[in-house]
Ligand binder design. Structure first.
Ligand code: TRP
Length: 351
């Protein structure tokens, strides 16, 4: 395991995961663990950058997410699974890297600007009309609730996660590109300032992943109430599949329809090797939605059944989960401590 390159990725703890998370990221992690020395962690500190006022479910959400990682097939014999806040070296290096991070990099970060606006809109949704929202947006940086130091520093913490474990590859979505670029820039800046390089250059690993829509056709999200969760029971999933959004112009089974935008078709593309054929049949009016949905459910059933069983098994063995997280913490800490001590030597803050 040790001579393999390091892959690292994290997810903020949102609680139980859904099929969008599975097909969009987790499935890829599961396959990476066979070829790399993988570190996967629950980014609980990152969730505090926005949700610092709602910490009551943080630990439970981390726990639920870990169960789903194992359900999906992450294997603690093959990869290191840990919780970010279990590794205090991360917070220490975060402080040190913060010292060399130019403020402009953070203020210019497009993700920061977008998220700030998004949070602002959420906060004032329904309270302000468009015009006053616009006026308020101008004073966004002064909002005491949203505009916090930690939130601005999100990319520094993320760079720390990556650099401290010496990751060569970071599997992330395209939305994380700007953050990863800051990690790479910080790595270079460290060398420029202190004349020595202690970090491995991290590269993004974009993998073509399936985009899974929610059952109503919008992005799959717990907050939209359109998600199918990983361990969801079969009856509930069957009902959801039967109500999936389809081409509204198709009224009868024999009406020809357009499968683009049809949720059932998006799922067939993932679960059915015959998806292209079904697409043609649908266009020709030779396939009704009910039959199409039934076939889809039958294709999903084996995976769902094994997820549900595995989830139950893991849920019932909390001692095993505790052990996995403890072992992960030890491995992650040892690797992090190694990097941190080099950094402190190079920065001359240890003798
Ligand atoms: N920002 C990532 C996300 O929201 C989560 C994350 C935190 C992460 N630290 C990381 C991902 C380090 C990869 C590497 O998806």
């Amino acid at each position: 395991m040790t001579d393999k390159k390091i892959v690292l990725s994290g997810m903020r703890p949102t609680g139980k995961l859904h099929l969008g998370n599975f097909h969009g990221a987790l499935k890829n992690w599961v396959s990476l663990q066979n070829n790399y020395n993988c570190f996967f962690f629950v980014a609980d500190l990152h969730s505090l950058t926005t949700a610092y006022q709602q910490t009551e479910n943080l630990a439970a959400n981390s726990h639920d997410m870990l169960i789903d990682w194992l359900t999906a097939g992450l294997d603690p014999q093959k990869c290191t699974i840990f919780i970010q806040s279990d590794v205090p070296e991360v917070s220490e290096l975060n402080t040190l890297l913060g010292m060399i991070t130019p403020l402009g990099w953070l203020l210019r970060n497009p993700t920061y600007k977008e998220q700030l606006q998004e949070l602002f809109k959420q906060k004032y949704a329904g309270q302000l009309d468009e015009k006053s929202l616009g006026e308020k947006l101008a004073s966004i940086a002064g909002d005491e609730e949203i505009s916090c130091f930690g939130f601005l520093g999100y990319p520094v913490l993320m760079a720390t996660d990556i650099l401290i474990q010496q990751a060569s590859f970071v599997p992330v979505g395209k939305d994380q590109t700007a953050h990863l670029e800051i990690a790479r820039d910080l790595m270079r800046r460290f060398e420029q300032i202190y004349g020595q390089q202690v970090f491995t250059e991290p590269k993004p690993l974009y993998t073509a992943v399936a985009r899974v829509p929610g059952i109503d056709g919008r992005k799959m999200s717990k907050s939209y109430n359109n998600a199918i969760s990983l361990g969801e029971d079969l009856d509930s999933v069957r009902k959801k599949v039967m109500t999936m959004f389809t081409d509204p112009n198709k009224k009868k089974a024999t009406d020809p329809a357009n499968p683009e935008g049809c949720v059932v078709y998006a799922f067939h593309k993932i679960y059915n090797p015959q998806a292209a054929k079904r697409c043609e049949e649908c266009k020709a009016g030779a396939l009704g939605c009910v039959a199409c949905k039934k076939e889809l459910f039958a294709l999903m059933e084996p995976e769902l059944t094994s997820f549900a069983a595995r989830r139950k098994e893991i849920e019932n063995d909390s001692a095993q989960l505790t052990q996995i997280v403890k072992a992960g913490k030890e491995r992650a800490r040892a690797n992090a401590a190694d990097t941190l001590s080099k950094v402190k030597k190079v920065m001359r803050i240890t003798k």
